[in-house]
Design a binder for this molecule. Structure first.
Ligand SMILES: Nc1ncnc2c1ncn2[C@@H]1O[C@H](COP(=O)(O)OP(=O)(O)OP(=O)(O)O)[C@@H](O)[C@H]1O
Ligand SMILES: [Mg+2]
Length: 223
């Protein structure tokens, strides 16, 4: 599998000024390929999440294209893009996106049941939560979890379907050293098993797990 972005950029309108734009991501190319773990690091506000969200099919670029195995994802209908994202992309978004009406286990299972007619993979989900140190809280509601536990739940939710592409936005934010290592090693293992993995982070730890390290600075990506 290959995710290729060519010339993507993102302009946001400046608040209160209709004719003025702020360019959060300057035109850039990036390619994620099977078996490789890419890390993009950069300071807060440098454009990392904007870049990741464009790659994830969540934010339409102001210019350029994002292709998954040759399919221009932003040329698809909303329904087709949703299905493609569900089938191929595992997203660890920045911040907490848990649904509080569901348990930790049910949150983890959510992407796997959305379009599937198969029985939910309860055992695989429970085992993955166990690997991430969340076995004892799987029946809790997310509101009962700590920030670091919620982060690890997002990791489990993104990995459960074994997606071909894994996009991780600050996957180790708020984690202690031991859990940081746990999460980064798990993402490395998924890359070794053939996934395309991207981690964007302002922390330094991910670098030593990377095949390729890039830096984002003021919306510009450099090698
Ligand atoms: N929807 C939006 N409208 C206007 N400006 C935005 C929007 N989203 C992001 N920005 C701006 O774009 C820039 C890049 O934001 P982005 O969230 O990509 O940074 P980041 O590198 O992920 O930062 P952090 O490390 O804090 O998560 C910031 O200056 C931000 O204020
Ligand atoms: Mg961010």
């Amino acid at each position: 599998m290959k995710l290729t972005a060519s010339g993507i950029k993102k302009d946001f309108p400046r608040a209160g000024k209709t004719s003025n734009f702020f360019t959060a991501v300057q035109p850039l190319d990036i390619e994620l390929s099977s078996g490789r773990l890419t890390v993009v690091s950069g300071r807060s506000g440098s454009g990392k999440s904007t870049l990741l969200n464009m790659l994830a099919g969540l934010l339409t670029p102001s210019a350029g294209s994002v292709c998954l195995d040759g399919t221009d994802i932003y040329a698809l209908s909303d329904g087709a893009l949703s299905r493609l994202r569900n089938a191929s992309l595992g997203l660890i978004p920045q911040g907490n996106t848990a649904l509080n009406s569901l348990s930790v286990l049910e949150n983890t299972l959510l992407p796997s049941v959305l379009y599937s007619k198969c029985a939910p993979p309860y055992e695989t989900a429970a085992s993955l939560l166990g690997q991430l140190g969340l076995g004892s809280v799987k029946d809790e509601k997310p509101s009962a979890l700590s920030g670091g536990e919620l982060r690890r739940m997002s990791v489990a939710r993104a990995l459960l379907t074994r997606p071909g592409v894994i996009l991780a936005d600050e996957p180790t934010a708020g984690l202690d050293d031991e859990n940081t290592l746990l999460v980064l090693s798990l993402l490395r293992r998924y890359a070794d098993d053939g996934a395309c993995v991207l981690i964007v982070t302002h922390e330094d730890e991910a670098g030593r797990f990377a095949d390729e390290q890039l830096t984002m600075n003021g919306g510009m990506l450099s090698r």
